[in-house]
Design a protein around this ligand. Structure first.
Ligand SMILES: Cc1cc2nc3c(=O)[nH]c(=O)nc-3n(C[C@H](O)[C@H](O)[C@H](O)COP(=O)(O)O)c2cc1C
Length: 285
């Protein structure tokens, strides 16, 4: 077992927030291949050090996703993907009551996000205290959440302190490459007792005809590596690094830039069975 500042994992390879949905893969409409591979257990989430869920909010959200118009929320572009799912999710209550008992993973990390106030985060943290998960990821790097903190670092620090005090679980804070005060936010998280940082989220872009959305995949790797190095220079807590990982050697680029673990996200869309091959090869070595 590896100890990432209190988060005990069997290896350093994580499934990043998104492709595993609640640990069980996308539903059949969102991504049929991904769904089939998870349901038939060809993708084995239990092999990974951690499985981070899609971001869950206090209330259920439809987001922008409609099953009859999937191309409106996810598109393949030359060097990766753009998406604007808009946080479609079942809400924290249904996650805890319905999905969590069915999933039976001991490496599950719910990702949570708030839309109106930090209080929503705190309510969800208290609800998650009642279940047994590996850690909880606080997604503060989505445009919606940025509005809550409005770059108010004092408010952020107060929130982290309250979250750490309240949570029975280890906490991970997810940051983005374009976040203002990136290194300072990471340092504040560390000073408040947050256990680890994950970076990076999708990069906000505005692509003609698609509007503001998040870019992921190969084309963002350099931005992700730069962000991880910047964070690593300012904190000692572990960094779970990712963004554009497409091969095993990409993982080593992240380790060499200061990450103690890595996550795969868009790689599950491009070549869904490849991430676990990397984990299996690593275990054999
Ligand atoms: C389809 C899709 C859905 C995503 N959903 C979430 C999400 O709900 N919460 C979150 O924090 N990040 C989400 N992400 C961002 C990824 O977790 C990751 O941070 C980002 O895509 C960069 O990694 P990648 O280039 O390996 O995909 C999503 C990414 C994709 C492609």
């Amino acid at each position: 077992m590896i100890d990432l500042n209190g988060i005990r994992v069997k290896n350093r390879f994580f499934i990043g927030s998104g492709p595993a949905k609640y640990g069980n893969g996308y539903n059949i409409y969102e991504n049929p291949l991904n769904c089939i591979l998870f349901k038939t257990h060809l993708i084995k989430p239990e092999l990974f050090g951690g499985v981070i869920t899609k971001t869950i909010t206090i209330d259920p959200r439809k987001g922008n996703y409609r099953w009859y118009k999937p191309w409106k929320v996810l598109r393949k572009i030359q060097d990766g993907y753009i998406n604007r799912f808009g946080w479609n999710n079942c809400g924290i209550k249904e996650f805890i009551d319905k999905f969590y008992p069915a999933i039976k993973l001991n490496n599950l990390i719910p990702s949570i996000g708030a839309l109106k106030s930090p209080r929503e985060f705190l309510i969800m943290i208290a609800m998650l205290n009642k279940i047994n998960v590996l850690a909880v990821e606080l997604n503060i790097s989505c445009p919606h959440v940025k509005i809550i903190f409005r770059n108010d670092l004092k408010k952020l620090s107060q929130f982290f302190t309250q979250a750490v005090k309240l949570s029975n679980h280890s906490l991970i804070v997810k940051l983005g490459a374009m976040d203002s005060n990136l290194a300072r936010k990471a340092k504040i998280a560390e000073d408040c007792g947050i256990n680890a940082i994950s970076a990076i989220n999708t990069i906000p872009v505005n692509i003609n005809g698609f509007g503001i959305c998040g870019k992921s995949g190969r084309g963002i790797k350099e931005f992700a590596l730069a962000a991880v190095s910047e964070i690593a220079d300012s904190v000692d807590i572990p960094i779970i690094g990712g963004g554009g990982i497409d091969t095993e050697s990409d993982c080593y680029d992240f380790f060499n830039s200061g990450a103690q673990a890595v996550f795969f996200s868009s790689m599950f869309l491009a070549k869904p069975l490849a991430p676990q091959k990397i984990v299996q090869n690593f275990i054999k070595k």
